[in-house]
Design a protein around this ligand. Structure first.
Ligand SMILES: [Fe+2]
Length: 589
């Protein structure tokens, strides 16, 4: 959503406040949650002209003219809109669908780090994603992804060049750089990384951080490189170490991690200033979006852990905009601010009854009152799953000699964490095969970004699921088509199904597709509703769990198998990678 500039509006706002010009909208009898004075003030009137607030006080009758809409809120609680300062929203569902749910949850501003669409489509993907969010009835700001490539030696994700980053920083609503998660590139002063950081700082941008595991001199070096926030602290010691060094901390509560349970009680017992703290989700699955919500959940959770409601609301609104240098425009209900306002029947539930963004009513009685056409997408963004041909069972053969072969296997400890292991496997007709007895299955990574058809086929242990096969095009952040299975024919079946649907997830057994979620938007997101995508992923997971999978969320397995930032062994189409020793491993040893 486009915003007016305060400079262009100061004359009319001043006149409305003085009663010399009439407001467009007056909200009467608000119980105002004031995030500047830490008070809840009854009998408050708010007058709005165009998209900004002109007057807040005891009586706005002098701003009411014949055309002014007046809503009597009958002493309902009124707060500023909530903000998520770090969210990956370029996955699972389209931005319009996320926006619908975000607004129902009272989150009126999203600060997006579109690392996934950039890793598939490069700068063109960044611009397209920004375009898709322009007309949405909430505020979406973007950060140039700062985490690509994850590891230059192995990564084949698309990235943005220095010149493309420079051009992106000039775009409306682009604020700086998203999480710089390879912090060793900063402490090691990697020339490419330092050049990118310098460019953002010279453009006046903000750089988001990711300092998991960094402390003392490394943390100092990282912060001294212009990175002033972090969403990785998982306990109070890490949080306060960063706050003492001038950092802002985003407390994460989303699908990747949930940290509030551990952090909030210790924050309350230590009583630090709260004005450097924010809540962020770091991205949510459709299931979690529907079950928990977004920043509203962070408020409820923090309050259930003992935080004062007004503090939680301040953290969820004002603090975020102050971090981003937007505190004059957003984050509170005061003269001059953009009119992003939530109205609550029951503040403790933190689910608004009414939502205004820029003075425009977008949610009423807890339901959306906006609609937009289904966004038109360019062909290139829905045609990213390219292998060049249909896949055949022979594409999943691992060549071996004799009757048995010693194979490197990726042993799974969780859906996400893997270890290096090895197994003796049978060779049948020159093909090293999976072993139900040993719980060893085949796993393939196939290039789907560049259309080369290049692939690596290896082995995965400890899955437990005697399923035919399952596959996904969602993978952090290399985007290979990942296929896991017990049988080469089934593997070809699910892989071809994803070529047909142009991405997503599919599972098969007995030669039949049992579950599928089509994700044609860059192979990352569906065009369906969050409800349909959540039930599709649940169906996908359930079928694999029913087949014996020892992990509850099998869709996470292909998502993380190529993720080079985690230990210990990863698979890319270019080979099996030993992450710690930074070398490729032979599949057959
Ligand atoms: Fe993140």
């Amino acid at each position: 959503m486009k915003a007016s500039s305060l400079a262009a509006m100061l004359g009319p706002l001043n006149q409305v406040a003085m009663g010399e010009k009439k407001a467009d909208l007056v909200l009467k009898n608000c119980r105002l949650v004031n995030v500047y004075s830490r008070e809840i003030i009854p009998h408050t009137h708010v007058a709005i002209f165009r998209d900004r607030i002109a007057y807040v006080g005891r009586d706005a009758s002098h701003t009411v003219g014949q055309k002014t809409a007046v809503i009597d809120l009958e002493e309902k609680f009124v707060t500023p809109g909530f903000a998520d300062p770090h969210i990956h929203m370029d996955q699972f569902v389209m931005p319009s669908e996320l926006a619908r749910h975000a607004l129902l949850c009272g989150t009126t501003s999203l600060f997006s780090d579109p690392i996934d669409i950039v890793s598939v489509c490069g700068y063109r993907g960044f611009r397209e994603f920004a375009r898709l969010t322009e007309a949405l009835p909430l505020r979406v700001f973007h950060m140039v992804p700062g985490g690509l490539p994850v590891d230059r030696k192995f990564s084949h994700a698309r990235t943005m060049s220095r010149a493309e980053q420079r051009n992106a920083l000039k775009m409306d609503g682009v604020l700086g750089m998203g999480e710089v998660f390879s912090w060793t590139k900063v402490t090691g002063r990697d020339a490419e990384t330092m050049g990118n950081l310098r460019q953002v700082l010279e453009a006046g941008g903000i750089i988001n951080g990711h300092t998991a595991g960094a402390g003392d001199r490394k943390l100092n070096a990282y912060i001294a490189s212009g990175i002033f926030s972090c969403h990785e602290p998982i306990d109070y010691d890490q949080l306060i170490e960063r706050v003492r060094l001038g950092m802002w901390v985003m407390m994460r509560e989303g699908s990747i991690r949930r940290d509030l349970e551990r952090m909030v009680p210790s924050i309350l017992s230590h009583k630090p200033y709260l004005d450097r703290l924010m809540f962020c989700t770091d991205g949510v699955t459709p299931k979690d979006l529907l079950e928990f919500g977004l920043i509203d959940h962070c408020i409820r959770k923090s309050v259930s852990l003992g935080m004062e409601l007004i503090d939680a609301i301040t953290i969820a609104s004002r603090n975020c905009f102050q971090y981003y240098g937007m505190g004059d425009d957003l984050g509170g209900i005061a003269p001059g601010k953009l009119a992003d306002i939530l109205v609550f029947d029951d503040l403790a539930k933190a689910r608004p009854d009414k939502v205004f963004v820029g003075g425009r009513l977008v949610v009423a009685h807890g339901s959306p009152v906006f609609s937009g056409p289904r966004p038109a997408l360019p062909g290139w963004v829905t045609n990213t799953v390219r292998v060049g041909r249909r896949l055949a069972p022979g594409d999943f053969v691992v060549r071996g000699k004799g009757e048995a072969a010693n194979a490197t296997v990726i042993r799974m400890d969780t859906e996400i964490i893997t270890r290096r292991d090895s197994e003796q496997l049978r060779v049948v007709d020159g093909n090293v095969i999976a072993s139900r007895d040993k719980d060893v299955w085949k796993v393939a990574a196939i290039d789907r970004t560049y259309g080369s058809g290049k692939r690596c086929v290896g082995f995965l242990k400890n899955l437990g699921a005697d399923i035919g096969a399952f596959a996904s095009t969602q993978s952090f952040h290399e985007n290979d088509l990942i296929v896991i299975g017990s049988d080469e024919r089934e593997m070809a079946l699910v892989a071809n199904e994803l070529l047909r649907t142009r991405g997503g997830m599919a599972a098969s057994r007995g030669g039949k597709i049992l579950a599928r979620v089509a994700m044609p938007f860059a192979g990352l997101a569906s065009r369906d509703s969050a409800e349909d995508v959540a039930s599709g992923i649940r169906e996908f997971d359930d079928r694999i769990v029913e087949a014996g999978c020892r992990f509850g969320q099998p869709h996470l397995i292909p998502l993380f198998l190529p993720f080079l930032a985690l230990p210990e062994v990863r698979i890319l189409y270019s080979g099996i990678v030993d992450v710690k020793n930074r070398k490729y491993l032979d599949v057959i040893t």
